[in-house]
Ligand binder design. Structure first.
Ligand code: KG4
Ligand code: ZN
Length: 337
């Protein structure tokens, strides 16, 4: 059998990541998360692109070495071309195009959001079409129906903040550092989710769109009304705020996903994107799926946040269908699914 060996490159935000998949099997997935942004409380685009530039060659070499694959054995280069930060994307896209051109092999453009969906296909078992995917990341919140491979129908999305963004902003209000999501999740474990009643916008509405800025603002008002904005928050109260906020958000995500699955008559549901690492979301979705006789798929932790493996997975699947891209393709910061 002829080998299909794909190198996948991810540089859309602040992770520089490279993975290699051969004949559907992941051989390496090297992820370098840039820590330079922590001191600024968020990603600084210029610093992100500079860090990608510094890291890309060593990480490509590390991924090849770990996979025990020679450059000349690669059969295509797959790269996230958007959505993301323009300067960051350009590093991966230009490197990937030059690499593919130099090796005389095809270039495969991958949408970062489709790649998140395919993070549930890196390892068995995988969802069966048609299925419904809830993508929850720092920039997006989408419910996507896939009737078949590469057929995306967005049936709902956020009208304002993305879920990850809301987690990060609440983390910032609580002075938990950046990114706030994992920290809020950590503190929530010791808290009471019923301590404070935050809103659950659109939870029972009949469409499948979301809104998270209202929940975020209610946390701000709670802190302001209780004079907690400029003083240290007692540990138990901090845990209760985190647990109550997290519970509102997860409740909305869970209710909408289950209702959409019933509405569209699918049996398999999947969750992907950085926020799918959230332990409360994972356990609530599992309970709800079992209760409603649905099969749930959530990626392993290393495939939830940005990674090269999900790019290589899409690249592998597109390569089998000869879905190659022209070499004059460029990065698109606001690329849609
Ligand atoms: O998918 P991702 O790595 O990057 C984007 O494509 O945006 O998602 C990053 C987002 C951040 O907002 C981060 O705070 C959030 O995922 N996140 C979490 C958790 N781990 C990462 N949010 C809540 N709980 C977590 N455990
Ligand atoms: Zn992402």
């Amino acid at each position: 059998m002829l080998s299909t060996t794909i190198l996948g490159l991810e540089t859309s935000c602040d992770e520089t990541s490279v993975a290699i998949i051969r004949n559907g099997k992941l051989l390496s997935n090297i992820i370098s998360s840039q820590i330079v942004h922590e001191q600024y409380g968020g990603v600084v685009p210029e610093l992100a692109s500079r860090a990608h530039q510094k890291l890309i060659v060593p990480i490509v070499n590390e991924a090849l070495a770990k996979a025990e694959v020679q450059k000349k054995e690669l059969t295509a280069i797959a790269v996230a071309v958007g959505p993301g930060l323009m300067g960051s994307l350009l590093v991966g896209v230009n490197f990937g195009k030059a690499f593919a051109y130099g090796l005389g092999i095809p270039f495969i453009a991958v949408n970062h959001m489709e790649a998140h969906i395919y993070s549930n296909f890196i390892e068995e078992p995988t969802p069966r079409f048609p299925f419904l995917n809830l993508t929850v990341s720092g920039g997006h919140t989408q419910l996507v129906l896939l009737n078949d491979e590469f057929q995306y129908k967005i049936i709902g999305e956020t009208k304002d903040d993305a879920v990850g963004e809301a987690f990060d902003k609440v983390g910032k209000m609580l002075r938990l550092g950046y990114p706030g999501g994992p920290q809020v999740n950590k503190f929530a474990k010791q808290g009471n989710p019923n301590a404070i009643k935050f809103p659950r916008p659109y939870a029972t509405d009949n469409d499948f769109n979301f809104s998270f800025s209202g929940i975020k603002t209610s946390v701000l008002y709670y802190l302001r009304d209780n004079k907690l904005r400029d003083t240290a928050i007692p540990e138990q109260l901090l845990a209760d705020i985190c647990a109550s906020f997290q519970s509102s958000v997860v409740d909305v995500l869970m209710q909408k996903t289950i209702r959409a699955a019933k509405h569209f008559g699918v049996k398999d549901i999947a969750v992907a994107g950085g926020v799918s690492a959230n332990s409360h979301l994972r356990s609530e979705m599992k309970k709800a799926a079992d209760l409603n006789d649905l099969e749930l798929f959530i990626p392993k932790f290393e495939y939830c946040t940005d990674n090269g493996a999900m790019i290589a997975e899409v690249g592998y699947r597109k390569s089998l269908r000869s879905m190659f891209s022209p070499i004059n393709i460029t990065a698109i910061a606001n690329l849609e699914l």
